[in-house]
Design a protein around this ligand. Structure first.
Ligand code: COA
Length: 299
C-alpha cells in the first residue's frame, strides 16, 4: 500500500476516487498524481510524451498506486475526448479533473510571435476549457459509474504572474488570467447547476519542476530568494497538499477560489530602505512636520 506518512491528511481521504491529471507525468502534476494516489485515488495521467508517462506510471505503480498513462495533447479536442473516455473505460468513472498541462518559456514581447503567444493560450487556457468541457458529463452527479449523490470537482493549476505584471511572461500571464476566469465562471455555473466545485491553485517557484528550470536559471536563485517573504522555494509536496485539501471533503465549501501557494512571493518587493534606517527616517519626518506645524500628510 502506498505510504502517505509525510502527509497531514489521512491515507484514505480520496479512497475510491478516480482522478485524471493533465501534465500528471512530471513536475507539479506528478506530485499531485503521487499524493492523490497515496491517499487512495486511482490516477490517469495525460501528457504528450510516451516515455515520461511510462516512467511516471512505473513509479506510481511501484508505490502501490493504480495508475495509467494516456498520451494526448490538450490542444486537440479529439485527444481530450479520447483520454476522458479511456479513463472511464479503465477505471469506470471520473471524480476529479486536474488541469496541470501548461506551456512556458521566457520571451520579451518584441521577440514573441503571435503564434508563440497563441500556443501558450491554446495549451493553458483553451486546453483547460476543453478538458472541462469533455469531462463534464462524467463529473455530474449520476455520471457513469458515480454515486448519484456525489458530484465530481475540478482543479486548475494557475500562477500569480498576472496579479501584477511579470517580465517576459506576457503570454503566460494572459493565459493564466484566462484560467482564473474560467475557474470562477465554471464555479458559478457548474457549482449552481451540477454541484461541481471548481477551484485553482497558483504555485510559486517549486523545486524539481520544468517551470523552475525554465524560468529561474540557477544563477538567479539567490537573487529571487532574497526578496521572498519565506526566503525559500516551494516543494511539489506543498502544491499536492493544497490539491488534497481542495479535492477532499476538507474543501467542501470552497468553490471558485484560486489558492496561492507561493510563500508570499507575489507580494514581495525589494526592500529599498534597510530596516535599521526606517525608525530614524520616519521619526525625523514627524519631528520636522511638528516643528513647522504641518500634519505629516502635507509634507
Ligand atoms: N521564445 C519565443 N518564441 C518561442 C519560444 C521561445 N523560447 N519557444 C517557442 N516559441 C514560439 C515558436 O517560435 C512558435 O511560433 P512561430 O511559429 O511564430 O515561430 C510557437 O512558439 C510554437 O512553438 P513550437 O515549438 O512549435 O510549439 P510546441 O507546441 O512544440 O511547444 C511550447 C510548446 C513552446 C510551450 C513548449 O515550450 C512546450 O511544449 N512546453 C511544455 C512544457 C512546459 O513548458 N512546461 C513548463 C510549464 S510552467
Amino acid at each position: 500500500m502506498a505510504s502517505s506518512s509525510s502527509s497531514p491528511f489521512k491515507d484514505d481521504v480520496l479512497k475510491g476516487k478516480v482522478a485524471l491529471i493533465t501534465g500528471g507525468g512530471s513536475g507539479i502534476g506528478f506530485g499531485i498524481s503521487t499524493h492523490f494516489g497515496a491517499h487512495g485515488a486511482a490516477v490517469a495521467i495525460m501528457g504528450r510524451r510516451r516515455q515520461v508517462l511510462d516512467d511516471a506510471v512505473a513509479d506510481l505503480r511501484s508505490k502501490g498506486i493504480l495508475a495509467i498513462g494516456l498520451e494526448g495533447d490538450v490542444r486537440k479536442q479529439e485527444d481530450a475526448a479520447r483520454v476522458v473516455e479511456t479513463t472511464i473505460k479503465h477505471f469506470g468513472k471520473l471524480d476529479i479533473l486536474v488541469n496541470g498541462a501548461a506551456g512556458n518559456f521566457l520571451s520579451s514581447p518584441e521577440d514573441l510571435s503571435p503564434n508563440g503567444f497563441r500556443t501558450v493560450l491554446d495549451i493553458d487556457s483553451v486546453g483547460t476549457y476543453t478538458m472541462c468541457h469533455e469531462a463534464l458529463k462524467y463529473l455530474k452527479k449520476g455520471g457513469q459509474g458515480k454515486d448519484p449523490s456525489a458530484a465530481g470537482l475540478i482543479l486548475n493549476i494557475s500562477a500569480t504572474l498576472h496579479y501584477t505584471a511579470s517580465w517576459y511572461q506576457i503570454h503566460v500571464s494572459a493565459a493564466k488570467a484566462a484560467v482564473d476566469s474560467i475557474t470562477r465562471s465554471l464555479a458559478l455555473e457548474w457549482g449552481t447547476d451540477y454541484d461541481i466545485r471548481v477551484n485553482g491553485i497558483a504555485p510559486g517557484p517549486i523545486e524539481g519542476t520544468p517551470g523552475l528550470r525554465k524560468l529561474n536559471p540557477e544563477e538567479m536563485k539567490s537573487k529571487i530568494q532574497e526578496y521572498m517573504p519565506l526566503y525559500k522555494t516551494g516543494e511539489r509536496w506543498d502544491i499536492a497538499m493544497a490539491a488534497l485539501y481542495l479535492a477532499s471533503d476538507a474543501g467542501k465549501y470552497v468553490n471558485g477560489t484560486t489558492m496561492v501557494v507561493d510563500g508570499g512571493l507575489w507580494l514581495s518587493r525589494p526592500r529599498h530602505i534597510p530596516k535599521q534606517d526606517v525608525k530614524a527616517l520616519s521619526r525625523a519626518v514627524e519631528t520636522k512636520s511638528r516643528a513647522v506645524g504641518l500634519p505629516t500628510s502635507k509634507l
